[in-house]
Design a protein around this ligand. Structure first.
Ligand code: SF4
Ligand code: SF4
Length: 280
């Protein structure tokens, strides 16, 4: 079993378009969406949900009617999660339990909270593990790890697990890449793309994952594409794909299809070529 993770310095670089593009050209994949803050892969894969699991995380406080509104919990809360009416804003709460400790009436109890759901779905491109967080909840590395674990359990030794990872350099992306065999960074030829690329290469080096780069929309700014190629050369991180810009990607998205299924033009050829290099 092999694990390949696609990441990017930030959202909107075309990471999911390229992941779905790979999914439609390769058989024997187990697909996983670890971009749990903004899961878009499902739009292109049209999953049929077969199994669900509640994702429970974090102890969160609940208040009982023993509360006398003394305000001690509000004073101690460092995260402004308790208002003057002693209502607890769960999305601001960090689960530190200071309020439970300080309450003279034992009116606050820390309880487990379901903050999302993980799904195993059937798609025409292979089994697909994905997750949805409740509104206002932020992704942590733990939910990403659980998505990956389920994908691993689903896979057999001949499968490749293809992961649409999280953007950025926070906990979720670390959880996506820490146990992967290969990482593909999708970048774009913009000033911010170059800046993010440098940071994310450093991160992948830290985790010693074999890393390669794909420049999406490379033809929009040849000068920046050249800069990216030079940076990658210095960092000994090969550029294995240059994907051209085309409005067909938007049309494929509207049509809810992977780009490589929607069209057989230049972009599909380039994605196929990139996948061939990535999987070997
Ligand atoms: S500390 Fe306890 S009693 Fe006081 S306001 Fe908070 S919940 Fe109510
Ligand atoms: S658990 Fe901590 S962060 Fe949450 S409401 Fe209580 S004091 Fe504030």
């Amino acid at each position: 079993m092999k694990k390949i993770t696609i990441i990017s310095g930030k959202g909107g670089t075309g990471k999911t378009t390229i992941t779905a593009g790979f999914a439609a050209i390769e058989k024997n994949l187990i697909l996983a969406d670890c971009d749990v803050d903004s899961p878009n892969l499902q739009i292109l894969l049209n999953p049929e949900i077969k199994e669900t699991k509640n994702y429970i995380e974090l102890l969160k406080p609940t208040k009982t009617n023993k509360c006398t509104k003394c305000g001690k919990c509000r004073e101690i809360c460092n995260f402004n999660a308790i208002n003057t009416e002693i209502e607890i804003n769960q999305s601001k709460c960090e689960g530190c339990a200071a309020c439970e400790y300080i309450c003279p009436e034992n009116a606050i109890k820390m309880k487990n909270k379901q903050i999302g759901t993980i799904y195993k779905s059937k798609t025409k491109y292979g089994p697909f593990i994905h997750a949805k967080l409740k509104p206002g909840e932020e992704a942590s590395g733990k939910i990403v790890t659980q998505v990956q674990q389920w994908a691993q359990k689903t896979a057999n030794k001949n499968n490749t697990i293809l992961i649409d990872g999280s953007p950025g350099i926070g906990c979720p992306v670390i959880a996506s890449i820490k146990s992967t065999d290969k990482t593909l960074i999708v970048t774009e030829p913009t000033v911010s793309g170059i800046h993010d690329l440098k940071r994310i290469i450093e991160l992948t080096k830290h985790f010693q994952t074999k890393t390669q780069v794909c420049i999406n929309k490379h033809d929009l700014n040849p000068k920046n594409t050249k800069k990216i190629t030079e940076i990658c050369k210095t960092q000994k991180t090969p550029v294995i794909g240059k994907i051209p810009y085309t409005q067909l990607t938007t049309k494929a998205m509207i049509n809810k299809q992977p780009i490589t299924e929607y069209t057989d033009t230049e972009i599909t050829k380039k994605i196929k070529k990139t996948w061939k290099k990535l999987k070997n």
